[in-house]
Structure formats: structure tokens, C-alpha cells
Design a protein around this ligand. Structure first.
Ligand code: PEP
Ligand code: MG
Length: 556
């Protein structure tokens, strides 16, 4: 067995035969042309044919991967219309160079320029330039595109795949994609992810054509590739593969179905996200909304505070793409394990209990106001709710509401539109918030329980701590009773309550959460359908009393 390690480009396990992608010779013929006018006409005609082909590919991609995934073919059409690009080529032809060589020279220069840029995204655009040039050259020289030489489904390998090669591949024969080079930022990787095809890139020259036809297994999650795998590896990876297939089947059967128990109780199943890009996964997994957008990732992504405009664009994108479904955006939860240098926070001995989250917002009001302005502005484009982390006291919530009112008044004065129906909620993730949840519930529209921090603070166990093992017990009755207490107080005050910590996806507890009356569970997109399947198997009239009395029993 040979084991290669690359970089994950698209998750999932694929098992099958390795097949190297076949291309034409790729050699560019270089000649001097006499009739430069006729050569320019030949180039123009090839360019128009390429644009037509790209239109066709765009339509094919829209059907297969949706409009967003297809956009790059529109971008390719635009590149072929780019004046500098076209003039660069026609200038060389006017100097007497044949069209194939002129296209190749100009695109090589452009591709090199992209490749030398610092930004990984721009570097990846180099593949797009090469792709469109190859298309035009193929048309000029009458070459065909090449492809996979197999009747069986295979795991296809190459040095790299251009995006148009990827979209033209026969998906019914494609188990996985491997590249010796490539990038997880390239459109090819983006398309593989959208199509759900496992893929590993940057495997290096060790992935040689001498392995063509061998049995292989790839793990798109870890970036591992096993060539001629041994029995133990085959068994281990086959088990993962089967689990994935079962989950996929679940996904298909449960799509569009309600999160409803046997006795007709509905639960909202939403998703946790960290960036606008994650909305794809939310939509793909049929999430009912966004239950937690960890906005601090916008702050962690750069070297300076994200501007109001940058934040507005991010929140607006999510709100619009969720099409009227509820999007709960949590204000920044910086501090503790999530540090951004430019905040210049003092060193703390115990940062989990230090100046973090809402405490920063209430001591640096300008930072808070910028985020609130962006959030309210974005509320004009969808159903945005705002949630505040690390709350311990009623005075904090009243102070927050005062600042929200002041921000709204400011926007009104500037005649900037915002929704007047934005719900305000708090994370219940400190023991203090649980203990005064009756009072807090009168101040807000909803609660969302952050079980990750709640477990840490209730049990006095560091959530980052190594070696704490069984002491970090999210099933501890203290945690579960705290959830019940917060839920009872929420419902007494007539507000709804959700769970957005990791415990929300723990299917061992779903029945108890239903018995407690939790209204919403916010989980990773991949957990939506498995959770739906469990919810649909529960009859809350059956075990409710037994579960609750066990939770509240004096003896364990
Ligand atoms: C939590 O504490 O449970 C939570 C959802 O927030 P985070 O994990 O971001 O602290
Ligand atoms: Mg938390």
C-alpha cells in the first residue's frame, strides 16, 4: 500500500480505480503568417465559437450545480471579451504570428501575472486564463478536449483540472478527483464541493501515472490517498463510506419534510454558520434558518476592524440568500479563545472570564454601534434577528436596548431604511443568566442556550483544556436542569427558546429537549437531516413525564 497526503478540496470517501485524465498533445505550432487580416478573422471566429460553447456550458452548469456555481462560465465569457486580452492577441497576429501562438503567449503572460500575486484567490485565477486559452486554441487547431478513458466509474487524476474540464466530465462515471497541483481555492475545487464529489489536491509528483488503473481509496476529509490499500484500511474506509452513503440517503428522503414529532409537535431546525459562504451548505441541507451566525469570524478574518459597509454587505448577503427565513446574527464574541490583535486587549490570566463578548461591546461603544448600524441596515433585506453573547445581568440587556434605540434613531434621522421588527435575543450561556432567566425573559424576544460555554462555566471545566476528558460532561444534570430552568422561564414570559451550542445536535438528548419544550435547535448544516430523522421518530406523549421526573429526581 502507498499512502499519499494532499490537501482536502472536497469532503467524502471515494473507492474505485485510478484513471489519469487524457489530453491532446498540447503542443503549440508556431508559424509566420502572411495574410494577417485573414488570421485575425480566423481568431475572431474561434473566439466567437468559444463564447458560444461557454454559453452552453453555463446552462449545463446552472442545471447541475446552480447559478452560483455556473457563474465562472459567465466570467470566462467576459474574459474572452476583455479588450486588453483581445488586443494583445490581435497585435501579435498583426506582427505576423499565427493565432494559436498569439493566444498562447498572451494568456501565458496573464496567467503568470495572476500566479505571482500574493492573494491565493487571485493565484487561482491563473487556471481560468489557461482554461479559456486552451479552449480557443483547441477550436483553432481542431483538437478535441480529451477526457476520461474508461467505461467504469473512476477516481480521476491529473496535474490540475480546468473548471470547464471539470464541468464537462461525465458525473455518472466520476467517483472522485485528484490533482498533483491545484488549489482548494480554485473553481475546480469549488465545483467539486458543490457537486459533492470527494477531492484531494496538491498531492505532488508522487501521484504518478505508473499507478494508473490501480485500486485506490481517497479520504476527502483528511486529504489521504491510499493506493492498493491493505485489508485493514479498506475495512476502515469502507465503514466511513457506508455511513456517508446512509446519511446521503437520509438527506434525499427527508428534504422538504417538516421537523415534526409523531404527535405533531414542530421544532425549528436552524444552522450555525461562520461566514456568508456557509449559506450554500444551509440551503443544501434544508436548514430552516440561521440560528447562529458567529459574526466574530468577520473580525478574525482581517488585520483591522471590518467597516460598517463590509459588515453590512456580509449580513445583507446572508439575509437575502436565506430568502425571508430567520437569520440570527450574534454580535461579536471576541475574547477568550477568539483573539484579534488589533483589539489590543490587555493580557488576562483568565480570559474566559475576562473582558470578552458583550463586555467589550459595552466598554467600547463605538465598535458596538458600528456593528449594530450594519445589522439594522441589513435588516431591510431579510428577516434578521440580533443576539447578544455572554449576558449575565438585566442591566446589560437594558443598556444594549438603549444603544439599539439610539442607533435606530440615528438611522432614521439619516433616512436609512431598516426593519422595525428585528427581534432581540440573548445567549443563555452563563450560570448567572440561567439563574435570572425569569427576569431576562421579560426583556427580550428569545433565548438561545450556548451549551458550550454554559457547560464550561457550570462545571468549572475549561472548554479548551486538554486532559479534562470525562470532567467536561455536557450531559451533566446541572447542564440539563439549567436548560429546563431557562426554558420554563422563557415560556412563562411567552418567548421562544433554542439551543445553539454543540449539544443541540446530540441526538441522544433530542427526546429530552422535546420534553423540556425547546422550540429551536441550531446545528451544523450536516446535522440538519440526521436530526430531522430523530425528531420524526419521537412521540412526546410517551416518555415525557418519565424523562422529566428522572431529570428532576433527588437521587441519581
Ligand atoms: C456556546 O457557547 O455554546 C456557543 C454556541 O457559542 P461559542 O461556541 O461560539 O462560544
Ligand atoms: Mg459561547
Amino acid at each position: 500500500m502507498v499512502v499519499l497526503q494532499g490537501k482536502s478540496a472536497s469532503k467524502g470517501v471515494a473507492i474505485g480505480k485510478l484513471c489519469f485524465y487524457k489530453r491532446g498533445s498540447g503542443e503549440i505550432v508556431r508559424t509566420q503568417v502572411e495574410d494577417t487580416g485573414a488570421e485575425i478573422v480566423r481568431f475572431e471566429s474561434a473566439r466567437m465559437t468559444a463564447i458560444d460553447q461557454l454559453k452552453g456550458l453555463y446552462e449545463k452548469a446552472v442545471e447541475e450545480v446552480g447559478e452560483e456555481g455556473a457563474m465562472l462560465f459567465e466570467a470566462h465569457q467576459m474574459m474572452l471579451d476583455d479588450l486588453d486580452f483581445v488586443e494583445g492577441i490581435t497585435d501579435l497576429i498583426s506582427d505576423g504570428l499565427n493565432a494559436e501562438a498569439a493566444v498562447s503567449d498572451v494568456s501565458d503572460q496573464l496567467a503568470e501575472m495572476f500566479a505571482s500575486m500574493d492573494d491565493a484567490y487571485m493565484q487561482a485565477r491563473s487556471a481560468d486564463v489557461k482554461d479559456i486559452a486552451q479552449r480557443v486554441i483547441n477550436i483553432l487547431s481542431g483538437a478535441s478536449g480529451g477526457g476520461m478513458d474508461s467505461d467504469e466509474p473512476v477516481i480521476l487524476a491529473s496535474d490540475d483540472f480546468s473548471p470547464s474540464e471539470t464541468v464537462q466530465l461525465d458525473k455518472s462515471k466520476l467517483l472522485g478527483l485528484l490533482t498533483t497541483g491545484g488549489s482548494d481555492q480554485a473553481h475546480t475545487a469549488i465545483l467539486a464541493r458543490t457537486m459533492g464529489i470527494p477531492s484531494v489536491c496538491q498531492l505532488g509528483e508522487e501521484l504518478s501515472e505508473s499507478f494508473d488503473g490501480k485500486d485506490i481509496i481517497i479520504n476527502g476529509q483528511t486529504g489521504e490517498v491510499f493506493i492498493a490499500p491493505d485489508e485493514e484500511t479498506t475495512e476502515r474506509l469502507t465503514a466511513i463510506y457506508k455511513k456517508e452513503q446512509m446519511e446521503k440517503k437520509l438527506l434525499e428522503e427527508l428534504r422538504g419534510k417538516p421537523n415534526q414529532t409523531i404527535d405533531g409537535k414542530n421544532v425549528m431546525v436552524y444552522c450555525n454558520i461562520g461566514s456568508p459562504d456557509d449559506v450554500d451548505a444551509v440551503l443544501a441541507s434544508d436548514g430552516g434558518g440561521v440560528g447562529l451566525f458567529r459574526s466574530e469570524f468577520l473580525y478574525l478574518a482581517g488585520d483591522d476592524y471590518p467597516t460598517e459597509e463590509e459588515q453590512y454587505q456580509a449580513y445583507k448577503t446572508v439575509a437575502e440568500r436565506m430568502g425571508g427565513k430567520r437569520v440570527i446574527i450574534r454580535t461579536l464574541d471576541i475574547g477568550a479563545d477568539k483573539q484579534a490583535d488589533y483589539f489590543k486587549l490587555d493580557h488576562e490570566e483568565n480570559p474566559a472570564m475576562g473582558l470578552r463578548a458583550i463586555r467589550i461591546c459595552l466598554t467600547r461603544e463605538e465598535v458596538f454601534r458600528t456593528q449594530l448600524r450594519a445589522l439594522y441596515r441589513a435588516s431591510a433585506h431579510g428577516k434578521i434577528a440580533i443576539m447578544f453573547p455572554m449576558i449575565t445581568s438585566v442591566w446589560e440587556v437594558r443598556e444594549i436596548k438603549r444603544i439599539c434605540e439610539s442607533v435606530k434613531a440615528e438611522l432614521r434621522e439619516e433616512e436609512i431604511p431598516f426593519a422595525d421588527t428585528v427581534e432581540l435575543g440573548i445567549m443563555v450561556e452563563t450560570p448567572a443568566a440561567v439563574m435570572v432567566s425569569d427576569r431576562l425573559a421579560k426583556e427580550v424576544d428569545f433565548f438561545s442556550i450556548g451549551t458550550n460555554d454554559l457547560t464550561q462555566y457550570l462545571l468549572a471545566v475549561d472548554r479548551q483544556g486538554k486532559g479534562l476528558g470525562k470532567f467536561f460532561d455536557a450531559h451533566h444534570p446541572a447542564v440539563l436542569r439549567a436548560i429546563k430552568m431557562a426554558a420554563d422561564n422563557a415560556h412563562k414570559a411567552g418567548i421562544w427558546i433554542g439551543i445553539c451550542g454543540e449539544l443541540g445536535a446530540d441526538v441522544e438528548l433530542t427526546e429530552l429537549f422535546m420534553a423540556i419544550g425547546i422550540d429551536e435547535l441550531s446545528v451544523s448544516p450536516a446535522s440538519v437531516l440526521p436530526l430531522r430523522s430523530v425528531i420524526r421518530s419521537i412521540d412526546t406523549t410517551k416518555n415525557k413525564e418519565a424523562l422529566l421526573s428522572k431529570l428532576m429526581a433527588e437521587d441519581e
